[in-house]
Design a binder for this molecule. Structure first.
Ligand code: F6P
Length: 553
């Protein structure tokens, strides 16, 4: 294992290479290197990552591999799969890979110095989930009045919402929809009011999804849903219309959900990594067990690839290293994800939690401040919608925003011409970011269009595209459940690789705690109008103004 100064030397080398790369057009990298496309791409079957449209050259790539080696990436990865305590600030393993491993995988997790049979636990819960889903689908489980359950309402937030919500949306059109899925995350009462308008309590199955079963937003909404069911169907109906997914059996029991309606998972499943766990029950209910299982299989296929593929052909490693290069060598502070697939419209939101909650850290594992930038701000929208909103800045703004394009070659609709247009836009955007358009070309175009010299002088600079803006292309055959599983796991492992290299704990989320505590302290002041001394003057004044606007004072 190299000592700190060796790693520092590699970081210095990367910084120097970054300075040189900034002065080298990406287009020139292609003309200098006939094998660039092949050597700056990697595939897992039909799933290809092409990172040749970045500023990374061969020397930079070699330095990035050295960095991964010096950071002990292979041993970190192996410790993760071995269920070691790789989340030290919470004293937990991060063994979400066990959730998608096949039955009998024999993975174990370290828990408080003891070793747990993770695979055995997962298999038992998965079997219970499958049986429950089958019973709902074939009508053995009905609503309290004997009507079939047609709608499933998942109440959860963060990882207990974003994953299942994104997957349910992505899998529409791929297979049958058994139950219509709905998601309630925000404590904003408007959200529940809108859902309650459209849902029939007699036909709705409510899933309370919460790892801790203490999250204020989720519990507030769960109580509202319970009152809604009770008001329409009577108190006893709750037993029929509710199920829960949680690690906290005592709290689910206290809420009144019978143990046979509680699907468990363990502390070594982080919220943002939990869609593979019982938290994905809404996916299995809506899209069917086969789709849920196919997603697990896809995730597992990516796990096997991550474990066994050489670093130079390893998709999560490459995606992570490209990201590190963009942030630490090229100075990018943002990252844009453009899925040219309407079904992936919630994918950026899912990735925001995955990437920003995992790697939005400034303190290293040893407790010192990070000497370098860590996770970038991630945002995105589906293409082509994004082209008509923020892509102006990505093409001509003052900062370079690296982009991941995602595209399926084969659509799941019957209008191939529309898909060709969509794909043309995806490739064209990446091409435009790379090539740009220089002033001389703009002038010629304007001249040919009949512009006067004065118009050209005034208008040409605004039409110039600097180009040289980096992007990755992630191309695959179809967006089915298997590929969706591969994509989610690809980004999960990307995040873990980056966390290992940045030497941060990617599996904790202490940064969300302070706001929760202060909201708890603030609430009584809002309700009672008491001004505790602990607020800053601005907050005190805003509370008073809020109460006045509500007619409370
Ligand atoms: O916002 C912090 C967080 O703990 C997330 O990490 C988590 O996904 C979310 O809250 C929901 O937590 P729970 O599933 O325990 O309700």
């Amino acid at each position: 294992m190299p000592v700190g100064s060796d790693i520092d030397r590699i970081w210095d080398r990367i910084a120097t290479l970054g300075d040189a790369a900034r002065a080298t057009p990406i287009a020139g990298l292609f003309s200098d290197d006939a094998n660039r496309v092949a050597d700056f791409s990697a595939s897992l079957d039909d799933l290809t990552l092409d990172f040749s449209k970045t500023t990374i050259n061969r020397q930079a790539l070699a330095a990035l591999f050295d960095l991964a080696g010096a950071a002990g990436l292979a041993s970190f990865r192996d410790r993760m799969f071995a269920g070691a305590e790789i989340n030290p600030t919470e004293h937990r393993a991060a063994l979400h890979v066990a959730l998608r491993a096949p039955d009998g995988a024999a993975l174990t997790a370290s828990l408080g110095g003891k070793t747990e049979d993770a695979s055995g636990y997962v298999t038992a819960q998965r079997t219970r989930m499958r049986q429950f889903v089958a019973a709902v689908h074939d009508g053995r489980i009905l609503g309290a009045t004997g009507l079939p359950l047609t709608d499933v309402l998942n109440i959860g937030i963060g990882g207990s919402d974003l994953g299942p919500r994104m997957v349910c949306e992505a899998l529409t059109l791929v297979g049958p929809t058994h139950l219509r899925p709905h998601f309630l995350s925000n404590v904003d009462g408007h959200a529940f009011a809108a859902l309650a308008r459209t849902l029939d309590p007699a036909r709705t199955l409510v899933l309370v999804a919460s790892k801790t079963f203490t999250t204020q937003e989720t519990m507030t909404n769960a109580h509202a849903a319970r009152a809604w069911i009770a008001a329409s169907l009577g108190q006893a109906a709750g037993g029929v219309h509710f199920a829960a997914m949680s690690t906290n059996a005592a709290a689910t029991a206290a809420f009144g959900i019978a143990p046979d309606r509680v699907f468990g998972f363990r502390d070594w499943v982080g919220g943002r990594y939990s869609v593979w766990s019982p938290i994905g029950l809404s996916v299995a209910l809506a899209a069917g067990w086969d789709a849920f299982q196919a997603m697990l299989d896809g995730g597992h296929a990516m796990d096997e690839h991550f474990l066994t593929a050489p670093m130079a052909a390893n998709l999560p490693v490459l995606l992570a290293l490209v990201g590190i290069w963009n942030v630490n060598a090229m100075g990018s502070r943002t990252h844009c994800v453009l899925a040219y697939d309407r079904r992936l419209q919630r994918f950026p939101a899912f990735l925001q939690q995955l990437e920003m909650e995992s790697n939005g850290k400034s303190v290293l594992l040893d407790g010192t401040l990070s000497p370098r930038q860590t996770g970038p701000v991630l945002f995105g929208e589906p293409g082509t919608d994004a082209q008509h909103s923020f892509m102006q800045l990505v093409h001509q703004g003052t900062q370079h925003v690296p982009v991941d394009f995602l595209l399926a070659a084969v659509p799941d609709h019957d209008r191939p011409e529309a898909h060709q247009i969509l794909a043309a836009h995806a490739f064209a955007q990446a091409e435009a970011l790379l090539a740009g358009k220089d002033l001389a070309t703009v002038r010629i175009e304007m001249e040919r269009a009949g512009a006067s010299p004065a118009e050209i002088a005034a208008g040409a600079p605004h039409r110039v595209f600097s180009g040289n803006r980096p992007s990755n292309m992630i191309l695959f055959r179809r967006l089915d459940a298997f590929t969706l599983g591969r994509l989610i796991a690809l980004y999960e492992h990307k995040v873990a690789v980056q966390g290992c290299i940045w030497r941060i704990d990617s599996f904790d989320q202490w940064g969300v705690e302070l706001g929760k505590v202060l909201a708890g302290r603030l609430l009584p002041d809002l309700i009672n109008g008491t001004a505790t001394a602990s607020h800053d003057p601005s907050t005190t004044a805003l509370i008073a103004r809020f109460r006045t606007l509500r007619g409370q004072d």
